[in-house]
Design a protein around this ligand. Sequence first.
Ligand SMILES: *[C@@H]1O[C@H](CO)[C@@H](O)[C@H](O)[C@H]1NC(C)=O
Ligand SMILES: *[C@@H]1O[C@H](CO)[C@@H](O)[C@H](O)[C@H]1NC(C)=O
Ligand SMILES: *[C@@H]1O[C@H](CO)[C@@H](O)[C@H](O)[C@H]1NC(C)=O
Ligand SMILES: *[C@@H]1O[C@H](CO)[C@@H](O)[C@H](O)[C@H]1NC(C)=O
Ligand SMILES: *[C@@H]1O[C@H](CO)[C@@H](O)[C@H](O)[C@H]1NC(C)=O
Length: 344
Amino acid sequence: MHAVLVTVYLLLVTPYTTSWWAAGSELVMNPKQMCKRARRSKGKMAEICNKSRLLEHITTGIMLAQNECQYQFRHRRWNCTSSKKSIKKVMLRDTRETGFVNAIIAAGITFQVTRACTKGVIGCACDKRKNKRKNKRKKFLTPEQDWEWDGCVENIEFGIKKSKDFLDTRYKKRSDMKTLVKLHNYVAGRHAIKENMRKECKCHGLSGSCSMKSCIRKMPSFREIGNHLKERFDGAAKVIAGNDGQSFMPEGETIKPPSRFDLVYSEESPSFCLPNTTLGSFGTQGRECNETSPGEEGCGILCCGRGYHTYTKEVQKNCRCEFIYCCDVKCQTCNESVRISTCS
Ligand SMILES: *[C@@H]1O[C@H](CO)[C@@H](O)[C@H](O)[C@H]1NC(C)=O
Ligand SMILES: *[C@@H]1O[C@H](CO)[C@@H](O)[C@H](O)[C@H]1NC(C)=O
Ligand SMILES: *[C@@H]1O[C@H](CO)[C@@H](O)[C@H](O)[C@H]1NC(C)=O
Ligand SMILES: *[C@@H]1O[C@H](CO)[C@@H](O)[C@H](O)[C@H]1NC(C)=O
Ligand SMILES: *[C@@H]1O[C@H](CO)[C@@H](O)[C@H](O)[C@H]1NC(C)=O
């Protein structure tokens, strides 16, 4: 139990090491480099670039997105690798993977900027509109009706606006297919947060009668947002250019038009089975797979039917952990042999 807690904690605080999205590749997005040019001009982008605090949180948001992408795709043939050689190629296309990355970047920026706003570490106005909501007219109130917003509501609109200013503004004058798809996926990324905001309430009143409640609106965790977007990735809709050249429509006539929550793409993904530098694919040879799973992480799918090697490996694990009052956990190290399979 304790050992598990320790592991989870370590995963959460692991620093973002390589960060191509935010620092490496200009194609995917390098706020510093993007700002070098933008600062000299006017407009929303220049405004953002002049605010170094805000820019820092935008950069952190992009790193958050990268980290989550790697978590969500850790068992897939394309594992959202941090190699510039791969991601550049993936981002030049318009596949499902491209769509997911765009959506999660838009979500990451929105999430981090909103969080910074709520914490009061960047200048932003509190969402007062929501604070007014209180049912005053009715004389007798059921607990359900009588509640008020507590303090500053998490200001998602501010985060959405900054994410838009930073990402979408550049494409204002363009209406080519790839741009339309990209803008749509940005919106879907932001909606994954907005639609999953929740109200958290505390009861007040005599002996827990809950005659009065105060509530705050909270964003879901970024992991939850990642999970939602991964589901959208799995059900993403393929689209083709509309007749007017200003829109897109689903490829199949019977498929209903994608909503703002859906991810869209216009190009089929490569299989990512074999290395191919043109496609940014490293192939799956040598990747660890699960012998018994029928899913994406299973050796069947991950190794693309090429087969796999299995060997046993001694690993050292924490075991016989003891809780020592207070507050320490002491563990012994045990050897354990585990079976490991890797793709041929
Ligand atoms: C940003 O700052 C530079 C120099 O500090 C200034 O010349 C420029 O007008 C500012 N731009 C905006 C949009 O605030
Ligand atoms: C890599 O992929 C491209 C595009 O699908 C294909 O034309 C090319 O032949 C592939 N190269 C190799 C070495 O498989
Ligand atoms: C992703 O896959 C590549 C090979 O396809 C591998 O070298 C790399 O270690 C993997 N990354 C992670 C985080 O598993
Ligand atoms: C492999 O897959 C099986 C079935 O899905 C699962 O029960 C098991 O925990 C997986 N093993 C590892 C090491 O993830
Ligand atoms: C575990 O394995 C290492 C070497 O792999 C060995 O030195 C050590 O004595 C082993 N520990 C136990 C408890 O068996």
